[in-house]
Ligand binder design. Structure first.
Ligand code: SAM
Length: 229
């Protein structure tokens, strides 16, 4: 069995450690995380990562404190949800939520989501969520933004035709940057028919911590659903 994360010396931008964890959260990282940890197999069918019967697999990249992931897992018990979040405190927060409301359909990865993408076979996911990714506002850091044309090629590879890429941001420059690339990409079609559709969060898309912070300071948020053509 190969472990793709050991094969790629990628540079992860952003922090892994923050404030000191409370003993309960630290304990969950030691006891609960190993049970839910995603151990990648190069080319492995993602359905095989779950023991419960599932019909589809979705991936959330950078789930933060996991509000959205926990909600989707609870609402969609027949969907296996893969989540990647290298920020330890975020992972601990999601584990706290799952400890209170366990679901059998979550696998968690504490490293770079790009490892998961590399390991996935073609056309193996039904949805990818990238919600409020780090904006990297300085021009010289734009290359660090998760959404790049090459990344869209990779997302298109692992999504089935008809699958969804969901993306949200509160950052005007990232919005423009991502839309430019998404609109130019022949594998993605924007589903919105009217402006209200991307200015309003859909009902099957719960709020996240970062969205809450943006709304608090009056920054408008944009919500995009692109379909894999
Ligand atoms: C601004 S936060 C948003 C968190 C959450 N989605 C929300 O809306 O509250 C972006 C998150 O993406 C994570 N992240 C950044 N690069 C990543 C990568 N390559 N793979 C997985 N997660 C990543 C960061 O650790 C951070 O927690």
């Amino acid at each position: 069995m190969t472990e793709p994360q050991s094969l790629h010396a990628r540079r992860l931008f952003g922090r892994r450690k923050g404030w000191k964890l409370r003993p309960h959260q630290a304990g969950l990282l030691d006891t609960m995380l190993p049970e839910l940890a995603l151990v990648l197999r190069e080319g492995g069918d993602p359905k095989s990562y779950f023991t419960a019967p599932i019909d589809d697999v979705w991936l959330e990249i950078g789930f933060g404190a996991g509000e959205h992931l926990a909600w989707q897992a609870d609402q969609n018990p027949r969907v296996g949800i893969l989540g990647a979040e290298p920020f330890e405190a975020g992972m601990a927060k999601l584990l706290s939520k799952l400890a209170l409301a366990p679901t059998g359909n979550v696998r968690l990865y504490t490293e770079d989501a790009r490892d998961i993408l590399t390991a996935l076979p073609d056309a193996s996911l039904g949805r990818i969520f990238i919600l409020f990714p780090d904006p990297w506002p300085k021009t010289r850091h734009h290359k660090r933004r998760f959404i790049q044309t090459e990344m869209l090629d990779e997302l298109a590879r692992v999504l089935r035709p008809g699958a969804e890429l969901r993306f949200a941001t509160d950052h005007a420059s990232y919005l423009e940057y991502a839309l430019e690339r998404l609109m130019a990409h022949t594998s993605f079609a924007w589903t919105a028919q009217r402006a209200e559709e991307w200015k309003t969060r859909p009902s099957d898309w719960p709020p996240t911590r970062y969205e809450g912070k943006a709304i608090e300071v009056g920054r408008p948020c944009a919500y995009f659903i692109f379909r894999r053509v």
